[in-house]
Design a binder for this molecule. Structure first.
Ligand code: FES
Length: 154
């Protein structure tokens, strides 16, 4: 049986038929829509590499079934800079050396975007560290990440 959903991804509506109701939002974004900026790290909700915004709130896309997102508005890293200009968070990550290998960076930035939308205060670095604690960085760029998010939240 095929199940149909409609998602608005980065402002573009997509009508999608799902043959397998077990497909995750992460796999759908990467494999069906070609939005490979959203990364697959652990695929079990532990690393945050797959963070996207769903209706403006942060979500680990590997933990969400695509079929449950019918009607949702989704923003991925590709949607942050639609006109090719860096988003302020992307510029802040560059300025504050907030990455090394860069694999976790899209998830870090989407998580930071959600955190700022939640009202994070750039002066409260501890709150920013706590708010970003669901996003792991194996290179250990946490200091730069916290500084970048704080700068973008000012
Ligand atoms: Fe989703 Fe790690 S890939 S949390």
């Amino acid at each position: 049986m095929t199940f149909s959903i409609t998602l608005t991804v980065n402002g573009t509506p997509h009508h999608l038929a799902l043959d397998d109701l077990r497909v995750t939002l992460l796999d759908l974004l990467r494999d069906r829509l070609g939005l490979t900026g959203t990364k697959k790290g652990c695929d079990r909700g532990q690393c945050g590499a797959c963070t996207v915004l769903v209706n403006g709130r942060r979500l680990n896309a590997c933990l969400a079934l695509a079929a449950q997102q019918d009607g949702a508005e989704i923003t991925t890293i590709e949607g942050l800079a639609p006109e090719g200009r860096l988003h302020p968070l992307q510029a802040a990550f560059l300025e504050h050396d907030a990455f090394q290998c860069g694999y976790c960076t899209p998830g870090q930035i989407m998580s930071a975007a959600g955190l700022i939308a939640e009202g994070a205060d750039g002066a409260d670095i501890e709150r920013i560290r706590e708010g970003m604690s669901g996003n792991l960085c194996r290179c250990g760029a946490y200091r730069g990440i916290a500084r970048a998010v704080a700068a973008a939240a000012q």
